[in-house]
Structure formats: structure tokens, C-alpha cells
Ligand binder design. Sequence first.
Ligand code: 5AD
Ligand code: SF4
Length: 476
Amino acid sequence: MTDTRMPAPSELSREEIDIQFRHAAEVARFHAKNGRVGDKAPLCFVQTFGCQQNEADSERIAGLAVLMGYKITNDPSEAKLILVNTCAVREHAEKKALSIIGQYKHLKDADSDVLIGVGGCMVTQKHRADQLKNSYPYVSFVFDTGSIHTLPSLVAGALAGAKRRFVIGESAGIAEGIPTERALSYKAWLSIMYGCNNFCTYCIVPYTRGRERSRTPEAILDEARSLIAGGAKDITLLGQNVNSYGKDLEGADFPSLLRSIARLDGDFRVRFMTSHPKDASDALIEVMAEEEKIVRHFHLPVQSGSDQILDRMNRRYTAEKYLGIIERLKAAIPDVSITSDIIVGFPGETEEDFELTMEMLRRVRYDMIFSFIYSPRRGTPAAEMPNQVPHEVSTARFERMLALANEISLERNQRFIGRTVRILAEDVSRTDETKITGRGDSPRPIHFTADPSVIGQFVNVKITGADTFSLNAELV
Ligand code: 5AD
Ligand code: SF4
């Protein structure tokens, strides 16, 4: 089928993608020539660290692996191709990735045919790339988030015995038309844009993922239609700051895009993340309130409740402005579920600043928060700021905040008791094999007894109980 869309300004050319498809075919032929097809197809293990954007990237990584003749496995020890998709947002995530990559050395030692590739946000930082170059010689190739589409040429080169390649900073274009391999047909990530322009002073993402680039509405709607046709029931639109979607295109903005998706035919629901409060508009709230297929959940990271800290984080809003959005949101969508990201122990955070964040929790009453102890990231302005908060102080504040957040979560979850809600049955419960876990508007998992055949379907359940982290229900 010919592609009649107008390409986005930052889209890669068709030729650049076609080259990669040719490399993928070359790799598949190589495996076929060696009898590695069908049941004997080589296996690929993709390991993902970090955010939903990385999860979405990993689906494209796996899609390319399948195109190259690999089958996806969950067991690294049987894989011929191991691809680690790393995260750099906090030091802990980097340490974990490096330790896992270290553990894969013995797989390469045992079988020299094994290829190990490392991608994701961590590798974009020069000191990490150097570390991989010098201390991890068994890593065959490294690729950044803008170079996922080059995987076929990297694998083809490595199989042909070419020297190690580090593809970093070579491309910031959007690669359309890359196949995806999804773990679940009924739940889908849909990236609408890449990168971030905000430069929050603690955050490494603008350095690792580059500037904002939006996909065209046509490309996104085409993908949404094909996801729905393929059985997707829950679609999450992804971007580091979805509210600035379309600023680099003509005539496109997030509320309009969201409305167009919500009006597509089919039985599905749509959600989005992440929203930056400085760009969360009334138009967006209106679309959410009006369109039935949009999940009544707003993830609006506040990061801190102190204006002084927000200013030094370069967040470009005040606590009051944030609370104004929350007020309008609650007025337009009664019972909306609100969640947030919060950083504890940002440089210079005083006891008073921290108390203001606690006050924010009390006023908004979040269904759930994701809280993080500040982790200095090399090259970001905050890492150089004076008055870094001692770890013991951050940890103690973190614990206090968690206790309050949990108390509020429990109260928020209890509001559902006695209600009948329509939820998507997502999986067998991780803690109780006899139960199914689903989700509705609230981000909290809902456990109920049902036949596993309901997985992937919408069902009505009546909420019978609630605790801090989950709800219990019975099938109606
Ligand atoms: N330290 C701690 N948390 C961070 N986040 C981003 N950078 C850092 C950091 N350096 C958190 C923010 C963001 C979430 C995805 O991760 O809260 O919203
Ligand atoms: Fe990081 Fe801020 Fe961009 Fe989010 S908006 S990715 S926290 S710089």
C-alpha cells in the first residue's frame, strides 16, 4: 500500500527505513541458510528497564528481532540475541542494568555466537558509553533511543564479524513503519511523540531522548485503528509531555488528537501519560469530560508542593496554579482519579518545603503517587546545586510521605465499595492464581474470581472491598 500521508518534519526518509528492512531480510536469510527456522529459529530476549516509553520502544525492538527471523523468549539463557533496553532516570536503574549486563557475560563465554546489544537512555551519556566500551567488551553493539531502527544493520554487522558499533547521537528522526511485537493484544502503548524540551533541572531525559518530535495525527490515527482492529481494548498514548504534542507540526494539538482517537469506532478505552502541569489546558479537561472512551484518570506530576523548589526544578508553575488545574479537573470530572510523581530531597529542600509537599497530598488527595528520592544525574543543573540533602534526611521524609500517601490511597479506594464498574480483565492475579486482575478508571488493580477466558474482555464487577494497594470485587 502506498503511504499517502504527509511526513512529519522530523520523519526519517523511506529509504533510510528500507535499508534496515533489507538488513533484516539479510539476517533472516543468514539464519535460514544455517537451518535456523521454524522450531529451530534463534531466540531473542529483550530486557526492559524504566518507563512506559521504554516498554513501547522494546516492542519495536522485539518487532525488529522477529523481522530478522528470531523468536522472542523470556529466558536469557537460551537466547542467541540479548537486547537490554536501559533507563537513566535514577542511578539505581543504571546500576541494575549494568549489573544484569555483567551477568550476561557468562552466556557469551559459554557460547560465542550469542550477541549482546545495549540500548536505551543510559547509553547516551558519554561516561556510560565509555564504560560499556572499556569494561564490557562482550557487548557487541550499543544503540540509543533514536537509533532503534538501525538494529538490523547492527545485528547483520555483528553476525558478519564486523567491529563493535556504538550508534549514539546519529539520528533524532522519527522512524515510522517499524513493526512491533506486543506481549498482549488487548493492551497497547502508542507513542505520539518523542523527546522532551522542558529541562527540569533534575532530569536526564532531555539529554538522552533529545528534543520533542511529534508524529503526525494521520500516522497516530492509522496506528490506533490498526491496534483496535487487532483487538486492543486499552490504548495508552505516550509522550514525555503529551500536552505539548503538535507544537512542531501545523494545526495539531493534544486535545484534538485525543478527541479524534476517542471517536474512533470500536470497543476500547484510551488513556495518556505524562502531562506537564504548565501545559495542561482547559481544552484537555473538556475533552476528557466529554469523551466516554477516555479513562477518567489524570496523571499530573507535581514533583513538589513548594514554590521555591518548583522554581529551582524549572517546572514553570506554582503550587497554586497546579491546585487550580486540579480544582477544574475535579469540577469537570467528578470522581476523577488523580496520580502524581513526587521527588523527595531535591537539593535545598527544607523541612518547610517538604511540609508543603505533604500539604499538597492532603489537598489533592491522590489515588496513588509515585515517589522518588532525588538522584543526582551527571550533567543536569540540579546535580551541581548546593545543599544536596543527606540521604538519611531524604529517606526519613520519603517514609513519612509514603505513610500519608497510603492513608489517602486507602480512603480513595474505599469510595468504590458497593459500586459496579466496567473494567478490563487484564491478567491472572500475581498474588492469587485463582483470581483475575483488572483495571478501571482508578489505577489500582481490582481482583475478582472469574474464568481466565475473560482476560482481554471488558467485564462489570461490583467492588466489595478495598485496601491500600488494591480492590476486591465480584463479577456481576
Ligand atoms: N531523581 C529522582 N527522581 C527523578 N525523576 C526524574 N528524574 C529524577 C531524579 N533525578 C522522577 C520524576 C519524574 C519521574 C518519571 O521520575 O518524578 O516525573
Ligand atoms: Fe524530565 Fe521534566 Fe521532561 Fe518529564 S517534563 S521528561 S521530568 S525534563
